[in-house]
Ligand binder design. Structure first.
Ligand SMILES: [Mg+2]
Length: 256
């Protein structure tokens, strides 16, 4: 097996269960930092919300963790919130694509919602952010799956959008500005070969970095979507039988 020089961690439902402290993983952050392994987050969240959550749990941000934060699924940042050297061009083009996608979504959304409602699929919340894309929350996984399928067909194929279901949510983003290619860009900037990176994720928005499009090593937690379990099996990665951060710690214990 290749040595691991960088680890990209998804945040929600992988490292964080929404309730419990992040502090239990902190000794591992320090240990991996001492071993010179780059450790960071690859998440749909904003930079500010991550920093806040870690600091509220007594993990000073940027002090041994993280070495990087890929936020909004694809913005490659240092712990100080600035672009990582060598990734400025990616971030610039990514921002332009996200802006285009935002304009399309803003224009199309009312019609999409009407068509979903006509089929009895009611969206509970929509959150449209110019730096991210659209997030829609549905009453159930069944509804988010149906909406994902329906909107994928409704959307104009000339619009470069990507539809990703995540539990009962559905995100709509700029195509090709997702976690998989963002991580590839960071690895190139840091001259780390893909097989020397490990990614740990749990859901559909992680699939693009775990499904074999890239040569990353992969691992996942007990609570992950069956689609992720199957992607990890295919790549002979570790599937922990423990959930969220307990699973992440279990993976670290087995590998390091
Ligand atoms: Mg997740």
């Amino acid at each position: 097996m290749n040595p691991i020089r960088l680890i990209g961690l998804d945040f929600d439902h992988t490292l964080y269960d929404g309730v419990h402290s992040l502090a239990r993983v902190r000794p591992w952050f320090e240990r991996l930092h001492r071993q010179n392994i780059k450790l960071g987050l690859v998440t749909g969240r904003t930079f500010g919300s991550l920093q806040h959550l870690f600091e509220a749990d007594g993990c000073p941000w940027g002090d041994s963790f993280p070495d990087f934060a890929i936020c909004f699924e694809s913005r490659i940042l240092n712990p100080d919130g600035k672009s990582i050297e060598g990734c400025e061009e990616w971030n610039r083009r990514r921002d332009a694509d996200v802006e285009d996608a935002h304009n399309i979504i803003e224009r199309e959304l009312p019609a999409w919602k009407r068509k979903l409602e006509a089929e009895g699929i009611v969206c509970r919340t929509t959150w449209l952010d110019s730096n991210y894309g659209l997030y829609m929350e549905f009453a159930s996984l069944k509804d988010s799956s149906a909406a994902c399928e329906k909107l994928g067909v409704l959307a104009d194929p000339s619009h470069s959008l990507r539809f990703v279901r995540n539990y009962s949510g559905l995100s709509i983003h700029a195509k090709n500005r997702s976690k998989g290619p963002a991580l590839a860009t960071l690895l190139e900037a840091w001259k780390i070969p893909q097989p020397e990176a490990l990614v740990i994720g749990d859901s559909f928005n992680d699939l693009c970095m775990m499904n074999g499009d890239y040569h990353y090593q992969v691992a996942t937690v007990a609570n992950a979507d069956p689609v992720i379990h199957s992607a990890v099996s295919k790549k002979n990665g570790i599937i922990s039988d423990k959930p969220c951060s307990h699973g992440v710690i279990d993976i670290f214990e087995r590998l390091f």
